[in-house]
Design a protein around this ligand. Structure first.
Ligand SMILES: [Zn+2]
Length: 103
């Protein structure tokens, strides 16, 4: 399946851009820029890691559209805690996902 190019979050369309990320922290696999509504994903990682990063950065985008009730470090911890479990639940429970997406 093709990688997503865009996601609608609240009133904003975020573009997913795939490329190499230069960072001092080797665990930086993506970046979300709310000002430019862009999500940069490091595409030098394995595809399974890229999927995880797409969800991770999308959760940050959702967070950016909500009142900031947590500091950025706590937000990072929450996003890191939720991403693998959320992705796993969606992957292992397609009927649940279909039910949730029904209008
Ligand atoms: Zn993060």
């Amino acid at each position: 399946m093709k990688r997503p190019k865009r996601v609608r979050v609240g009133n904003h369309d975020f573009d997913y851009l795939y490329g190499t990320i230069e960072a001092d922290d080797r665990y930086v696999y993506g970046r979300m820029n709310p000002r430019h509504t862009q999500i940069l994903i490091d595409d030098s990682n394995a595809e399974s890691q890229i999927r995880d990063t797409v969800l991770h950065e999308t959760l940050h985008a959702i967070w950016s559209d909500a009142p900031h009730i947590l500091d950025s470090e706590t937000e990072e911890q929450v996003v890191r805690a939720l991403t693998p479990g959320l992705l796993s639940v969606m992957r292992e429970n397609p009927k649940l996902v279909a039910y949730l997406l029904e209008k």
